[in-house]
Ligand binder design. Structure first.
Ligand code: FE
Length: 191
């Protein structure tokens, strides 16, 4: 079984102007695709060939883990954003945010803080940890999938995610993610 690059859930120009078609072409077409190509090269003829992506992420180390986790994280990220997304959540996630953070504003502050302070490359996540929601950040390819918390949403804070549209201004990209792009339906499905 070959690991495949999953299709995007929307057209590559559908998130503009918040994320341009050029960003998506590079981020999905070059970066995400390269992790898929590399992983298939690395696992050929190993115990990982034929395993599901999730299983590889949960058991592999080193370059195989890095490429597999980056594939999984990116696929999760594409579903975490959508055209005409953003704003406050509704449904069960809204209630859980209220209970876990004391309100949307405190949650927003926590996610922005995590996304901005992740030094270098990585990810910020909203997760379900036991009975409560929490915000966590992970460096490089690290992912909550290897731990006990359940990921609900993620924002990619690698420079390749925002440099074309925002240059060095990661905080502006994080604001756009929260105010214009975040897909609360996906978080509700995962909860
Ligand atoms: Fe990325």
């Amino acid at each position: 079984m070959t690991i495949e690059l999953p299709a995007l859930p929307w057209a590559e120009d559908a998130l503009a102007p918040h994320l341009s078609a050029e960003t998506i072409r590079y981020h999905y077409g070059k970066h995400h695709n390269a992790y898929v190509t590399k992983l298939n090269e690395l696992i050929a003829g190993t115990e990982y060939a034929g395993q599901s992506l999730e299983r590889i992420v949960k058991s592999a180390k080193g370059p195989i883990f890095n490429n597999a986790a980056q594939i999984w994280n990116h696929t999760f990220y594409w579903s975490s954003i959508k055209p005409a997304g953003g704003g406050k959540p509704s449904g069960a996630v809204a209630d859980a945010i209220e209970k876990s953070f004391g309100g949307y504003d405190a949650f927003r502050k926590a996610l922005v803080e995590a996304a901005i302070t992740q030094f270098g490359s990585g990810w910020a996540w909203l997760v379900l940890d036991g009975e409560k929601l929490a915000v966590v950040k992970t460096p490089n390819a690290e992912t909550p999938l290897t731990g006990s918390a359940k990921p609900l949403l993620t924002i990619d804070v690698w420079e390749h995610a925002y440099y074309i549209d925002y240059r060095n201004l990661r905080p502006k990209y994080v604001d756009a993610f929260l105010d214009k792009l975040v897909n609360w339906d996906f978080a509700n499905q995962n909860l």
